[in-house]
Design a protein around this ligand. Structure first.
Ligand code: PEP
Length: 256
């Protein structure tokens, strides 16, 4: 069965105060009240989650990471079970900014399994750092997908959202440049084929593949209509309630 289209806002390490987080979230809540078909997820820093959950039932909360152990002597970590118990339902895993700090596919693999066990939907981020003339970037993506999903039971794969985020297109990357909807489409097809080989064509068809990398209200329509994807993961644009809402509305207006 086809799942709903999804727009996920990654606030990263923003904003600086709870007051500003509330303002942004409440502004968004007011603007998206008429949205029906599109699933909206917002991933703020951990410490705002508890407070923000009171303001909206329509916006589902996500975290930006979760550790693989449930509880114990792991200073500074937060577990999937803790997040689930708080009302969080999604978790971004393997984001390129975390990979830059040392997160490996092996870590992400353990985190995906424990997030699923805790009842969270993992948003698995994959993306190459650069595009080379020999098209090696396809093998980079294939190996990220395969390693991160190693040993995940086939019937759970379609619960995972796969976010294709080419690092060279992310807003915080120095000398970044724009990806096109054709880049997204090509990679979405490739990821679906990789998933199909790892599970089945049916499971691959059901799994949501989304795009992230400097998406804004000007580029969202083209990515959604021509990028071969089931949704978007805006970072910077999710820090502006009006812009994020426009992206959600563009998704809502899609024919299928
Ligand atoms: C992200 O980091 O997940 C992201 C897509 O960020 P931005 O939209 O700011 O490039």
């Amino acid at each position: 069965m086809r799942q709903k289209k999804i727009v996920i806002g990654n606030w990263k390490m923003n904003p600086l105060s709870l007051k500003d987080a509330e303002k942004l979230f409440i502004g968004l809540t007011r603007r998206i009240s008429r949205i029906k078909k599109t699933e909206i997820v917002v991933c703020p820093p951990y410490l705002y989650l508890e407070r923000l959950k009171k303001f909206s039932r329509k916006i589902v909360l996500g975290a930006q990471d979760a550790f693989w152990e449930d509880a114990g002597a792991f200073t500074g970590e937060v577990s999937g079970e803790m997040l689930y118990n708080l009302g969080v339902r999604y978790v971004i895993l393997g984001h390129s900014e975390r990979r830059e700090l040392g997160e490996t596919d092996g870590f992400v693999n353990k985190k995906i399994k424990s997030a699923l066990k805790a009842g969270l939907v993992p948003i698995l981020c994959v993306g190459e750092k650069e595009r080379d003339a020999n098209h090696e970037y396809f093998s980079v993506i294939k190996s990220q997908v395969e390693r991160c999903l190693k040993g995940v039971s086939k019937n759970l794969i379609s619960k995972i959202v796969i976010a294709y985020e080419p690092v060279w297109a992310i807003s915080s990357t120095a000398n970044r440049h724009d990806a096109t909807s054709a880049d997204s489409r090509e990679m979405a097809i490739f990821i679906r084929k990789t998933l199909s080989d790892a599970s089945s064509p049916e499971i691959a068809a059901e799994t949501r593949i989304i795009y992230g990398g400097s998406v804004n209200m000007k580029s969202a329509k083209d990515f959604l209509e021509n990028g071969g994807i089931d949704g978007l993961l805006p970072g910077r644009a999710s820090l502006d309630a009006e812009e994020f809402t426009e992206i959600v509305k563009i998704c809502e207006a899609l024919k299928n």
